[in-house]
Design a protein around this ligand. Structure first.
Ligand SMILES: Nc1nc2c(c(=O)[nH]1)N[C@H]1C(S)=C(S)[C@@H](COP(=O)(O)O)O[C@H]1N2
Ligand SMILES: [Mo]
Length: 543
């Protein structure tokens, strides 16, 4: 029997899997059907032990920082690319195994064994996808679509392999004994298969990308309309009269929503349909509640708060931080309605994406600011940022503050841990006070008499503990006090600036700060894990 080479199986696996990914992508963009590579990736990320996940994320982020890539923007893109490569790898390896097994048992490839292969590849993945997918399409349609794809993949694997094996190698065709040259040589056969597969891949992926771009454009247009009508204009801000102006190049004090960092577990953010949404508040309560979004908006006193939120996994100088206005209702008011019973110690908050966290009831009782939030920047909470509801807890990193809340349970269990706490991140996750240099604005010199000054500026942030002092030093000289702009609130970052007497050359700029009560920020370099990064931020500039 003519041998079926493993590398041919690898090639066919690669081609067919690429085409399948392209079709899945198209199905996802056209009809919002599941995109299995992301589901597989999300599932793997959830079941792998915490240290491996953390190692993987760290390695990815270190690489990006090394390459000078904006982490906040690029991290998800990288994850998605890895997800697709992973899936492609699985399909290709399964193809190779098929060939190895056939050779072992001296069997010829066939449609039947191909079907079996498709089932082996597809059934576990269909299970995973149905369990974890973001797809809003009903599961039966998704299952049907995925069965067609995986079955087609396996069937084609079988018959393409069969066709390949039955064709004569090129060398034999060129020999004398060949009677009929009508049959393609193996090489030509593979080229035909490759061309067909490449066509499907390119057309599917291209059409999908086109639809995606169109959808995004629409969303952006809708977004910018929504946020233009809002009077985000600075003159309505509480600090609009402060004469201290940010140094040119400092990040905006109030983060445009589209630039706000996003962190979410899965490859894609969760989507909760507005229709029919209800929040159950259950457990150790006198009267369990089932609240609609309107109940929450209309039946409780609403409160607005300017808030800076940041991610515990950020490094010194992180871009995973942003400021906007949060609107919601005090958790105390809602719990008062439910009536917390004797013995309860924690809230267990669960989210659509499988995320969960606990909040200490004593903390809630001591801080009326803790809110169930339904709006950002005066508008319904954006999907990416947790629609319909998220919680705000002052002075805690984002990891303690679930988005996309689906359930709140009042519990007497004291030893529960949240999603990231189970994965060895800090249980309290109090914000570590930090200061960052955003700009050394050598292009925007100001003159003070004879002297030319370079505006240097950035932010300082301490959760809700205030900032009383920011200091800058150049080339390890003396620490100089910066000027502080009044913040939007006691729970946002503070914009600072320092006008430095210009001296040409290469310089190192450093910044440090103190909290409201004079407590200095921790200057010692500590990595983000487990409790949030500390250390002095510095910039090198040649002027
Ligand atoms: N349901 C859910 N909530 C979540 C997360 C998540 O992955 N799922 N990530 C948390 C983390 S780690 C951070 S830093 C913040 C980020 O909020 P943002 O994406 O709105 O900036 O959300 C928090 N809440
Ligand atoms: Mo985070």
């Amino acid at each position: 029997m003519k041998k079926y080479r493993v590398r041919v199986g690898i090639l066919i696996g690669f081609l067919l899997t690429s085409s399948m990914i392209a079709l899945m992508y198209l199905g996802n963009k056209l009809l919002r059907l599941s995109f299995v590579p992301f589901d597989l990736f999300d599932w793997v990320a959830r079941v792998l032990p915490g240290p491996i996940i953390t190692f993987g994320i760290d390695a990815m982020i270190d690489t990006m920082i090394f390459l000078g890539i904006n982490v906040a923007e690029a991290a998800k893109t990288a994850e998605r690319a890895i997800a697709i490569i992973q899936f492609l790898g699985v399909g290709t390896v399964i193809g190779a195994i098929y060939v190895i097994v056939l050779n072992r048992v001296s069997a010829k490839p066939s449609a039947q064994s191909g079907n079996l292969l498709g089932a082996i590849f597809g059934l576990p993945l269909i299970g995973i996808s149905i369990a974890i997918s973001n797809s809003p399409v009903n599961p039966l349609s998704n299952i049907a679509w995925l069965i067609i794809l995986f079955w087609g993949w396996g069937y084609l694997f079988g018959i393409i392999s069969k066709g390949y094996i039955e064709r004569l190698p090129k060398a034999e065709i060129q020999g004398d004994e060949v009677r009929s040259v009508k049959r393609l040589s193996r090489r030509d056969f593979l080229i035909t298969v490759g061309a067909a597969s490449a066509t499907i891949t390119v057309v599917g992926a291209g059409l999908g990308a086109f639809l995606d771009a169109r959808e995004r454009k629409k969303e952006q247009a809708a977004d910018s309309m929504a946020h233009e009508t809002e009077s985000s204009a600075d003159d309505t801000f509480p600090n609009s009269n402060d004469p201290v102006m940010a140094a040119p190049g400092t990040r905006p004090e109030y983060t445009p929503i589209k630039n706000h960092y996003k962190v979410f577990l899965k490859t894609e953010p969760s989507l909760i349909p507005a229709e029919g949404y209800m929040l159950p508040i259950t457990g150790l309560v006198d009267s369990p509640l089932l609240l609609t979004l309107d109940d929450i908006r209309n039946n409780y006193q609403s409160r607005d708060q300017f808030v800076t939120i940041s991610c515990i996994s950020g490094r010194i100088g992180t871009s995973l931080i942003g400021t906007t206005q949060w609107t919601g209702v005090s958790m105390q008011d809602i719990l008062a309605d439910a009536g917390v019973q004797e013995g309860a110690v924690n809230l267990l908050i669960s989210s659509e994406d499988g995320f969960f966290e606990i909040v200490d009831l004593e903390l809630i009782a001591s801080d009326e600011r803790i809110m169930l939030c339904y709006a950002w920047d005066g508008h319904t909470l954006p999907d990416d940022h947790g629609f319909p509801l998220r919680i705000w807890i002052p002075d805690r990193y984002g990891m303690k503050q679930p988005k996309w809340i689906t359930n709140i349970e009042v519990t007497d269990q004291a030893d529960l841990k949240g999603y990231w706490v189970e994965r060895n991140w800090d249980e309290v996750a109090q914000v570590k006070t930090t200061s960052v240099i955003d700009t050394v604005a050598a292009h925007a010199l100001v003159t003070d008499g004879e002297q030319q000054l370079v505006p240097i500026g950035g932010i300082a942030y301490s959760g809700d503990r205030g900032i009383s002092r920011v200091q800058v030093r150049v080339d390890s000289g003396p620490w100089q006090d910066a000027t502080l702009r009044a913040p939007l609130s006691g729970t946002t970052w503070v914009i600072w600036r320092y006008d430095w007497p210009f001296v040409a050359g290469e310089h190192i700029f450093e910044v440090r700060c103190q909290e409201g009560d004079g407590t200095p920020q921790i200057e010692e370099q500590r990595q983000n894990r487990p409790s949030g990064a500390t250390g002095i931020h510095s910039l090198e500039r040649s002027l």
